[in-house]
Design a binder for this molecule. Structure first.
Ligand code: IDP
Ligand code: MG
Length: 147
């Protein structure tokens, strides 16, 4: 399987629940390494732009509201089949339908406060990563001292 990159977001409810470390640990344990990582508090404009594909959906306003309620952690994860692997680790969108052992099953409050975002395809991952991170901010591990 190919090495891929995917965008992961620990949503405001995940930060509020103080499980950032545990979530990142799950990804690392599964072979998905953070290669870019930063914390931010999304503005309404940033959240609307990020979720533009969902603009016509009835839950769009609630989604934007829940993504701007508090800080988030943005990450690029890299690894074999990272897009699908991340989705497996996250679990289904609705935590009531999420499989045992997934992040959403274990930590999500409901479909709105569902703790994590993950890109749904390699192409969308590329678009979502570039929304938040320039290529110069992505750092695959390199055992090499810089001058
Ligand atoms: P995903 O996050 O599993 O990829 P999407 O269908 O892309 O799910 O929806 C984006 C986000 O919008 C979800 O994570 C969830 O927080 C929210 N959402 C999706 N469907 C509903 C809904 O029916 N009611 C309320 N919020 C929803
Ligand atoms: Mg999605």
């Amino acid at each position: 399987m190919a090495v891929e990159r995917t965008l992961s977001i620990i949503k405001p409810d995940g930060v509020e629940k103080a499980i950032v470390g545990r979530i990142i640990s799950r990804f690392e344990t599964a072979g998905l390494k953070p290669v870019a990582l930063r914390m931010t508090h999304l503005s309404v404009r940033e959240a609307e732009g990020f979720y533009a594909v969902h603009r016509a959906r009835p839950f769009f306003a609630d989604l934007v509201r829940s993504m701007t309620l508090g800080p988030v952690v943005l990450m690029v994860l890299e690894g074999e089949g990272a897009v699908a692997r991340n989705r497996e680790i996250m679990g289904a969108t609705d935590p009531k339908k999420a499989a045992e052992g997934t992040i959403r099953k274990e930590f999500a409050t409901d479909i709105e406060k569902n703790t994590v975002h993950g890109s749904d395809s390699v192409e969308n991952a590329r678009i979502e990563i570039s929304y938040f991170f320039p290529e110069s901010a992505v750092h695959p591990y390199e055992w090499k001292r810089r001058s």
